[in-house]
Write a protein that binds this ligand. Structure first.
Ligand SMILES: [Zn+2]
Length: 307
């Protein structure tokens, strides 16, 4: 994949610039592609948020490689000359955190203080356990040049339960969730615009991925669905003004998985048989072949000793 690496190292043509669209005054979204994390897309597969206050800006997730992070940092700089005070990680998955370092580099170039990296209180442990695997995958799939430049930056400000960040004239409300999509999920609510950056607690069109607790995830959705959200930004997929309606397809998928896996366990099916048998409606979800079998496996392990 040398061509992809050539693209990371040097100046890139305009067509490869990252694009942010304005969702509301001062609130922006860069859409990642609905693809699996890989060199063909430079890891640009997760959604990235940007909120600009009167004093400074916050970036929510930073793309899946340093190369994508640099494109995002350049795009942020085109929209504002205010410093990025905070880089907020919604969870530990590499497609959301491997671009952090680009924002530290950009601050140095601009002579601004480096951003404080914010995450769930369990994020440092999650990154310590998984980081070496992510960096190995980066080296294997994207090549050693990019991997060698990439540092996995843990948060220096951690959120135990909730935290407010004041950007100047607008406040972000952060919430650290009990184990759901992962064991370190953090959501970000921009009070001024009513935008909820849900991270991977919400997938739209992209098959949901269980790397935490299915039951915890459903409970988190029960909790957040009463919030006064005007625009929901998922971790993957398009934004939506339909709240809590946008949660419904994911709820159907997760509840369907829960009942199918429970039935399989009750019937005495092995994990392998359950994986072969349990299939959701293919029309609803992209990347089903990449993630669905893994979800059945995770749900089976969680529900096996339930009753
Ligand atoms: Zn994720």
């Amino acid at each position: 994949m040398a061509w992809a690496l050539a693209g990371c190292a040097g100046p890139r043509p305009a067509s490869t610039q990252a694009v942010f669209t304005e969702l509301a005054a001062g609130t922006y979204l860069h859409r990642g592609l609905l693809e699996d994390w890989g060199p063909a897309n430079l890891g640009d597969v997760a959604d990235t948020g940007l909120v600009i206050g009167s004093r400074c800006a916050a970036v929510i997730d930073t793309g899946g490689t340093l190369a994508t992070g640099r494109k995002l940092a350049a795009a942020v700089r085109r929209l504002t000359d205010k410093p990025v005070c905070w880089v907020i990680a919604t969870h530990a998955h590499p497609d959301h955190v491997l671009g952090h370092q680009a924002f530290v580099e950009a601050a140095v170039v601009d002579g601004q203080p480096p951003p404080v990296i914010v995450g769930h209180a369990r994020l440092p442990a999650a990154l310590a356990v998984r980081g070496p695997y992510y960096l190995n995958a980066l080296k294997r799939d994207f090549g050693p040049a990019l991997a060698e430049q990439t540092a996995l930056l843990p948060p220096t400000l951690s959120v135990q339960a909730t935290l407010e960040l004041d950007l100047g004239g607008r406040v972000l409300e952060l919430k650290a969730w009990p184990t759901a999509h992962t064991d370190a999920d953090l959501s970000v609510f921009d009070r001024a615009s009513g935008t909820l950056f849900v991270g991977d607690l919400l997938f739209v069109d992209h098959t949901p991925v269980i790397d935490g607790r299915l039951k915890g995830w459903l409970a988190a959705m029960d909790d957040m669905q009463t919030w006064p959200v005007k625009i929901a930004v998922p971790g993957h997929g398009p934004p939506s003004p339909d709240w809590p309606g946008v949660l419904a397809p994911q709820r159907r998928y997760l509840e369907g998985l829960r009942s199918d896996v429970r039935a399989a366990i009750k019937e005495g099916l092995t994990l392998r048989q359950a994986v072969e048998r349990i299939a959701p409606d293919r029309a609803d979800w992209q990347l089903l072949d990449v993630f669905h079998a893994r979800n059945v496996t995770a749900a089976y392990a969680e529900l096996e000793w339930d009753e």
